[in-house]
Design a protein around this ligand. Structure first.
Ligand code: ATP
Ligand code: MG
Length: 298
């Protein structure tokens, strides 16, 4: 399927605003990693966040999810300002995966997903020590939901495998299942296809469509442009911590500044060298390509 075909196939995002980030700035000493970035995400929308290495994408995610307290700016979720605390963010309904996978390697796939459920269970520490009926009921519910989510992401046969023994692509899917276990309204995925082959990448794209079809909003960071432009309803490009452009995939894809941000602009010396090479090429064009004149004369 071509990127353009998918763009036309996707429903337009008309839902209410789920996430609104305004003027988010993050400074580390003298370095401004994120500078005055705004982002709005609607219900059921897939938003892409792109930009070259070091552009500030992960730092922006960290500001949205309470891992960092932004130096300036505000993050509002369903109309309420979010405190910069990861637990409060997850409880509000925002979950994420990490660029550098963060799983509990010595726990099974199912246990990893069940960890994600704990923010939605009401059992207190004491009930989990006593293991009374309420605890056992919640544990059984978490297990059933965990199994369901592993099936949803395509890991239904891996429940009892230790996370660290799963292939890399499956570990990324497991992170998505764990994020979904928190019952989010919005999921943030940081490079979900990194290290995947083209088939796995396309399967991940389909999985994100399935997540969206459940009514969730998704924000996804990725360097794979084919993936991004065939998946997202809108794309925001960060460069050196600032928003370069935000728009429909087709607009962002064809913006020369985005292309330059990724591949760079040739410096003057390079431009001269390229011009010189072209001049030689056109001289060569004037003569027949492979004629040995002596032979011809002979
Ligand atoms: N905790 C930190 N302390 C100091 N500098 C940081 C910290 N986290 C990130 N940075 C810096 O902020 C800038 C943005 O980094 P970030 O990881 O957000 O980029 P990115 O867009 O996610 O890049 P990539 O595509 O490589 O993952 C970089 O210059 C990075 O070195
Ligand atoms: Mg990053």
């Amino acid at each position: 399927m071509t990127a353009t075909a998918t763009v036309h196939d996707r429903p337009s995002a008309t839902g209410k605003v789920v996430l609104s980030a305004r003027g988010v700035t993050m400074r580390f000493g003298g370095l401004t990693a994120v500078n005055n970035v705004d982002m709005t995400v609607h219900e059921g929308e897939i938003v892409g966040l792109i930009g070259p290495n070091g552009a500030g994408k992960t730092t922006f995610f960290n500001c949205l999810t309470g891992l960092y307290k932004p130096t300036e700016g505000e993050v509002t979720f369903e109309g309420t300002v979010l405190p910069p605390k990861p637990t409060a963010v997850v409880k509000a309904g925002m979950a994420r995966t990490f660029q550098n996978i963060r799983l509990f390697g010595n726990m099974t796939a199912l246990e990893n997903v069940m960890v994600g459920r704990y923010c939605r269970t009401s059992s207190m520490a004491i009930t989990s020590i006593v293991r009374g009926p309420k605890y056992r009921r919640e544990e059984a519910d978490s297990r059933a939901r965990g199994q369901q989510l592993l099936e949803f992401v395509g890991l239904g046969s891996m429940t009892e495998h230790l996370a660290r023994n799963l292939p890399y692509g499956d570990q990324r899917k497991l992170e998505i299942a764990r994020a979904l276990a928190t019952d989010p309204k919005l999921v943030l995925l940081d490079e979900p296809t990194a290290g995947m082959n083209p088939q796995e990448t396309m399967a991940t794209r389909d999985l994100i469509f399935k997540i969206r079809d459940q009514g969730l909003a998704v924000v996804v960071i990725e360097h794979d442009m084919r993936f991004i432009f065939s998946l997202c309803d809108r794309v925001l490009c960060l460069v050196r911590g600032e928003t370069l452009i935000e728009g429909l995939p087709a607009e962002v894809q064809s913006d020369h500044r985005v292309i330059e941000a990724y591949i760079g602009t040739p410096d003057e010396d390079e431009e001269e060298a390229v011009a010189e090479a072209h001049a030689h090429d056109s001289d060569a064009d004037k003569a027949p390509a492979h004629v040995d004149t002596k032979e011809e004369q002979a």
